[in-house]
Structures are given as structure tokens and as C-alpha cells.
Design a protein around this ligand. Structure first.
Ligand code: NAI
Length: 483
């Protein structure tokens, strides 16, 4: 069984060498093809941080085991980590956080066990990185939440929860505020939940979720979230079990999967052979399980747990009164403990299962096959106007341009209505949203919208516009605060 390996930057090569040494000592039946990815590849002029050969190898083998990588700052290039996840549609980011005996935390000291798996959507949300300055003072980030993208990651989360015999699966969201985007994610969650009656499916607003994770972490099991919220919540969970040094991550796609630690390149300790390889090793267990190599995964994991329990530690954790070991010594201690079982939560012996991972070429993209909603119609348009005059004056001009097809409904500034009603205490920036709807309630077409745009552009600069769509009775747009 062959996988692609990229050692990464900073502490990457040190911790990867330690993990591969452990795999070798355990006779793990894996072969490696090392690929060129990371900062030094950017520096050579490859703008996506990997060579074409690396891309080809990873697409051929389907599994990438990677060390942390640095994205050069200020060169206008995108993060290689995000590029890799998006290029290969590794739509589910699974991060497992478990109490490890020997890694002291407030919860372990209080005897509160933690076993939480966070599944974070990995492609969409603001991570599309589609951002624009609309005026000199106003920046816009587009946040995409799609139905197929949400269904894909939520289905994965439910299936994984079922396989792990989870009792509860929770959707974290902010649908009370972002009713359309997070609302869609939540709707998809309950749509999928119908197929899993054996799981307790519920939802918690993300701020409340953060509080509950800190006060009652043992009440959670599997948590699924959109990208940015998932990113933040998973680091919070890492803190519950001892920090980033113990946070593994699997980026799962239908064809290609990437296994890596959550932490970065730790430039402050790079080259000193003192980094903690545990997070990468835990990520390696996830990879071995993904590949069906359960026997190796269980044997090494028991040895790691035994080693942690016996107090062996690198400098970043553990009992400071006892001397720490370096990266190589930590790996050697684990190897010396092969065959031993920890007294807390030993992993049961398992036999290997044939791997279900296959890589095949996609002939068509299934996510493009959307079922068009019935009765889709354009009922209006939001014109994002640049202006530094008062709302009354904007309204007067807009009404002149509305013509026979449109009526001006309202004007808002930063999402708060300022016309026809509003408060003089609302602070204004130099960008308004003028909302126009069809005068007679009939559907509009794109030519109507362009006609209005051309007319308005005589008076205003309009950096952006959005159509107001409806599907049957369902509005595809939000209302302004106060509307
Ligand atoms: P970082 O995770 O590299 O370091 C934060 C702190 O944690 C540092 O004090 C570091 O010494 C410590 N630390 C991290 N991993 C450790 C380990 N295994 N053992 C002991 N101590 C450890 O985060 P930072 O400094 O924000 O990022 C550094 C670089 O890493 C940046 O270029 C960033 O873009 C990149 N990065 C890459 C990631 C990836 O490849 N998946 C993820 C996060 C950051």
C-alpha cells in the first residue's frame, strides 16, 4: 500500500521522521512516495506551493500524509493547506479530541472524560476567500454555503457517528442571525438526521456551544459545523485536551484524503529536535484506520497511551518537575513500549480490513446536478451604491430611476434600515444598499435589472448588485435590520 508523504516546513521534517520511524518499527505495511510541497516550493516559483509531479502523485495514490506547511507572507499566494483541501475536495475535516492520561488538563484532574469529534465543513464559507473592497472604506467577504456541499459533509458526519457508536450528534450554527446561510446548513442537518433515527440529533447556537463545551464537555459526542465556526470550535476543543500538540486532523474526500496535525510549523522551536510528534502520530492513526490497517493502528496507539501514562513527555507538556525528552527519544520510548497496554482506555485488538480507498477519475461533477426549485423568479434587486450623502437624498434619486418596473422598498447601511424609517443615531458608511422590487409583483428578468443599473449609474457608482430570488413562497434574501 503506497501513500504520498510531504514532510512540510519548520518542525515538519522532525516530527514526520519520528512518526515514520515508529511506523517502520511496527512493520506497518506502507510504502511512501515523498512529494515536494511547502514554502521552499513556493520560493522556487510554484504559485500553489507544490510541483506538478507532487499533484500527479497525490492524485494517483489518493492519500497524503503531510507535515505542517508555511505559506509565504505578503507574496499574494494562497495557503497551500487550504489549496490542497479545496483542490481535492476534502470536504470533511474530522478532528478527534480525547482525554489522554499523562496529559494533565483541568478536566483530567477533575475526572471529566472528553471524547469529542468535530466535523468541520472544509471547502465553503468565507474560506472561499472571495473578498472585495466595494468602496475605499467598505470590504466585502462572500460567504458561500451550498446545499450539496452541506449535505456532503453532514452525511459524512452522521455516517462516521454511526460507525463510532456515538450517542449524540450536534449541529453548531448561527442560524438565528445568518438565517439564509446557516439556516440552509441547519436545514440540511435535519434532512440527513431523518435517516439516522438511532442517533440523538440536536442543534446548539455556536456561542452557547462554546460555553457548554467548556462547562460540560462530556455531554458532547460528535459536533458538525460550517468552516469558520468549525475552525474556532475545534481549537477550543484542542484546548480541552491539552492543546494543539494533541489535536489530529483528517481531511476526508470521496477520492483523496489528507492526514495532518492541526498545529503549524512552530518556527520558534524548528530544527531543535524538541517538538512533540503526538498530534501527527494521532493523525497517522486516523490514516491507518482509513487504510484498513487496524492492527498497526491499535498496537502503536496502545504504546503511545502507555508512554504518556508512564510520564514520558516532550517539553511542551507533562510534569515539569521531571526532565523532558526530545522528539527522537519520545519516538524511541513509544517503540520500546510496543506490545504494552495502558491502564486507562486500552484500545481493543482488531484485525485489518481490506481498504475501501480507491482513486478513480471523475467523469462528471455530481454536485452540479441541482434540482431547480419550482417557480423560481426574480422579484427585485439589491443595488450596493457608493455614496456619502444622506439617505433621503439617495432615496429621491433612486425613486426617479425606478421607472415603471421597479419600486424602491428600502435603503440600508451595513444591514440596518435607514430609509424610509431609521434612526439618526445609526452610524453611516459610504455604501448603501438600495432595495428595489417589482412594481406590479410580477417576475423580472435580467434585462430589467440591467436597465435599472444603467439608469442609476448616471447618478451613482454601483460596485455590486444581487438579484432577489424567490422559489415559490420562499424568499432567497434576508431583510434589513428594522425592515
Ligand atoms: P504553530 O502551531 O506553528 O505554533 C503555535 C505555538 O505552539 C508555538 O509556540 C509552537 O512552538 C507551539 N507548537 C506547535 N506545534 C508544536 C509541537 N508539535 N510541539 C511543541 N510545540 C508546538 O502556529 P503559528 O506560529 O501560528 O504558525 C506558524 C506557521 O505554521 C505559519 O506559517 C502558519 O501559516 C503555519 N500553519 C500551518 C498549518 C498546517 O500546515 N496545517 C496549520 C497552522 C499553521
Amino acid at each position: 500500500m503506497k501513500i504520498a508523504v510531504a514532510k512540510g516546513d519548520g518542525i515538519g521534517p522532525e516530527i514526520m521522521d519520528a512518526v515514520l520511524k515508529i511506523f517502520k518499527a511496527a512493520d506497518t505495511p506502507l510504502e511512501y512516495e515523498f512529494v515536494d510541497m511547502g514554502k521552499w516550493v513556493f520560493d522556487k516559483g510554484f504559485n500553489n506551493g507544490m510541483t506538478p509531479e507532487a499533484l500527479q502523485t497525490i492524485e494517483k495514490l489518493g492519500v497524503l500524509f503531510k507535515g505542517p506547511m508555511e505559506t509565504p507572507k505578503g507574496k499574494g499566494v494562497k495557503s497551500i493547506n487550504v489549496t490542497a483541501r479545496k483542490t481535492w475536495n476534502t470536504y470533511a475535516n474530522k478532528r478527534t479530541f480525547q482525554t489522554l492520561h499523562g496529559v494533565d488538563t483541568v478536566f483530567s484532574k477533575a475526572g471529566i472524560p472528553i471524547d469529542i469529534t468535530v466535523v468541520r465543513e472544509n471547502i465553503e464559507d468565507t474560506y472561499g476567500g472571495i473578498e472585495h473592497m466595494l468602496t475605499h472604506d467598505v470590504a466585502l467577504s462572500r460567504r458561500f454555503i451550498t446545499r450539496p456541499g452541506s449535505l456532503q459533509v453532514i452525511r459524512y458526519a452522521f455516517e462516521m457517528a454511526k460507525q463510532k457508536n456515538a450517542r449524540r450528534i450536534t449541529c453548531g450554527h448561527k442560524a438565528n442571525i445568518m438565517k439564509i446561510t446557516d439556516g440552509l446548513f441547519l436545514e440540511c442537518f435535519y434532512e440527513v438526521a431523518k435517516n439516522y433515527p438511532e442517533l440523538q440529533a440536536d442543534d446548539v447556537i455556536v456561542d452557547d456551544l462554546c460555553m457548554k463545551l467548556v462547562t460540560r464537555p462530556d455531554s458532547f459526542d460528535v459536533v458538525v459545523l460550517t468552516n469558520l465556526q468549525g475552525d474556532i470550535v475545534s481549537d477550543l476543543c484542542a484546548g480541552l485536551v491539552g492543546g494543539l500538540g494533541f489535536a489530529p486532523s483528517a481531511n476526508i474526500g470521496d477520492h483523496i484524503s489528507i492526514f495532518e496535525a492541526v498545529h503549524g510549523t512552530a518556527p520558534d522551536i524548528a530544527g531543535k529536535n524538541i517538538a512533540n510528534p503526538t498530534a501527527l502520530l494521532l493523525s497517522g492513526f486516523g490514516m491507518l484506520r482509513h487504510l484498513g490497517l487496524l492492527q498497526s493502528a491499535v498496537m502503536i496507539e496502545n504504546a503511545l497511551l502507555y508512554t504518556l501514562e508512564s510520564g514520558v513527555h516532550t517539553g511542551d507538556f507533562g510534569d515539569k518537575s521531571k526532565p523532558s525528552v526530545n522528539t527522537t527519544q519520545f519516538a524511541d520510548a513509544i517503540i520500546a513500549n510496543f506490545g504494552k497496554k495502558p491502564s486507562h482506555n486500552p484500545k481493543p485488538d482488531l484485525v485489518d480490513v481490506p481498504s475501501a480507498c480507491t482513486v478513480f477519475n471523475l467523469e462528471k461533477n455530481a454536485m452540479m446536478e441541482s434540482v431547480e426549485g419550482e417557480n423560481e423568479k426574480i422579484v427585485g434587486v439589491d443595488m450596493f451604491i457608493e455614496s456619502n450623502v444622506q439617505p433621503e437624498e439617495i432615496a429621491k434619486k433612486c425613486q426617479r430611476h425606478a421607472g415603471v418596473k421597479f419600486k424602491l422598498i428600502n435603503i440600508s447601511n451595513r444591514g440596518t434600515q435607514v430609509w424610509p424609517t431609521g434612526s439618526r443615531y445609526t452610524n453611516l458608511v459610504n455604501q448603501y444598499n438600495a432595495r428595489f422590487e417589482s412594481l406590479d409583483g410580477e417576475g423580472l428578468n435580467q434585462q430589467d435589472i440591467i436597465g435599472l443599473y444603467v439608469s442609476l449609474s448616471g447618478d451613482f457608482k454601483i460596485p455590486s448588485l444581487e438579484l432577489l430570488n424567490m422559489w415559490g413562497d420562499k424568499k432567497g434574501y434576508s431583510l434589513a435590520q428594522g425592515q
